[in-house]
Design a protein around this ligand. Structure first.
Ligand code: NAP
Ligand code: ZN
Length: 349
């Protein structure tokens, strides 16, 4: 079937209306009418070809929420009318060690929601800036939040799981001092989640204007990272730092804030090569530096349920699809509190 979408035909062209086709649901497929789609910084990196290998036309979007409109004959967990969501993954090999452990995000054959090879036309996946998507049931998540919060749930599907997964992996909880670097889409979720897990949360920002807002998100303290004095006051004191910065920056400024055996995990994926870290800052206090990519499907459901239980959603600014390019420019300036979400009903206009 043909549905309306928004995408780009080249890295230097704005997004524009584009008709795409979705497959008829197969036996294990769920067809979802998309209500809202969050706008991740990864969408911008990809559509503008800042990372290698963008396939055009590129229809981004991997923070998808909506309602089931049809299911395949073998689907028993979902039925038409259910509120559901899809994140960054729409397929994987389903049998490797990673898939068996529910870590489909690390499967070598993971198929991302956009820009990954697929049998469907046009030969690569097309994301959530569209009216409808068809996805294998394994990669569909249930929403337990009230329907009124649906739009604000969308960013949990990437910003939420990408911060939840490392916070859980590094066992963040009561008694831990945790830093979250960068208060954007990912960072603001990291603050909310680490706070809900019981940690003492310190938000690091380059934007003085976000100081008060960060406290409202659940930060116990806020540090403007451009101020060396404020940074030095936290030397050797953190158990864990989650770094969401989308651009190359000085990692050592944060490494020296970790205490012995502390670690920093990077989730930001800058488009240009990153300056290295000073090895002695690792060795001297047995500090760790790691990375983490989104999260597996079972953990994504766990995260959604945790958020429903704790009343956590994203802070969003709703836009119509025609405003997407302006939204990208504002995101680049850090001018969004904290996630744009597209009202996909505007695609019909
Ligand atoms: P975002 O909303 O643009 O937030 C990034 C934040 O980083 C900004 O709000 C800003 O916060 C800070 N920042 C930006 N440029 C900076 C600079 N030059 N120096 C220091 N701080 C800077 O982006 P997002 O959607 O949260 O995504 C963040 C990054 O994570 C992107 O690179 C994205 O592609 C990546 N990502 C990775 C995964 C994964 O699986 N690992 C998943 C999703 C996204 P302040 O104003 O507070 O300083
Ligand atoms: Zn994302």
């Amino acid at each position: 079937m043909t549905v309306k979408a928004y995408g780009a035909y080249a890295s230097d062209r704005p997004l524009e209306p584009i008709d795409i086709t979705r497959r008829a649901p197969g036996a294990h497929d769920v067809q979802i009418d998309i209500a809202y789609c969050g706008v991740c910084h990864s969408d911008l990196h990809q559509v503008r070809s800042e990372w290698a290998g963008t396939r055009y036309p590129c229809v981004p979007g991997h923070e998808i929420v909506g309602r089931v409109s049809a299911v395949g004959a073998q689907v028993s967990n979902f039925k038409p009318g259910d509120l559901v969501s899809v994140g960054c993954i729409v397929d994987s090999c389903k049998h490797c060690a990673d898939c068996s452990e529910g870590l489909e995000n690390y499967c070598d054959h993971m198929v991302g929601t956009y820009n990954f090879p697929t049998a469907d036309a046009p030969g690569h996946t097309l994301g959530g800036y569209s009216q409808r998507i068809v996805v294998h049931e394994r990669y569909v998540l249930r929403i337990r939040h009230p329907e009124a919060q649906l739009a604000a749930v969308a960013p949990l599907l990437c910003a939420g799981i990408t911060t939840y997964s490392p916070l859980r992996h590094w066992n963040v909880g009561p008694g831990h001092k945790v830093g979250v670097v960068g208060i954007g889409g990912l960072g603001h979720m990291g603050i909310k989640l680490a706070h809900a897990m019981g940690a003492h949360v310190v938000a690091f920002t380059t934007s003085d204007s976000k100081r008060e807002a960060a406290r409202a998100l659940g930060a116990d303290e806020v540090v403007v990272s451009r101020n060396p004095g404020e940074m030095a006051a936290h030397g050797k004191s953190f158990d864990f730092i989650l770094n969401t910065v989308a651009a190359p920056h000085d990692l050592d400024a944060f490494m020296v804030l970790l205490k012995r055996d502390g670690s920093m995990t990077l989730v930001g994926a800058p488009a240009t090569p990153h300056p290295p870290v000073e090895v002695f800052n690792l060795i001297m206090k047995r500090r760790g530096l790691a990375g983490s990519m989104i999260g597996g499907i079972p953990e994504t459901q766990q995260m959604l349920d945790f958020c429903a239980e704790h009343g956590i959603v994203a802070d969003i600014e709703m836009i119509r699809i025609a405003e997407i390019d302006a939204a990208y420019e504002r995101m680049l300036k850090g001018d969004v509190k904290y996630r744009f979400v597209i009202d996909c009903a505007s695609l019909a206009a």
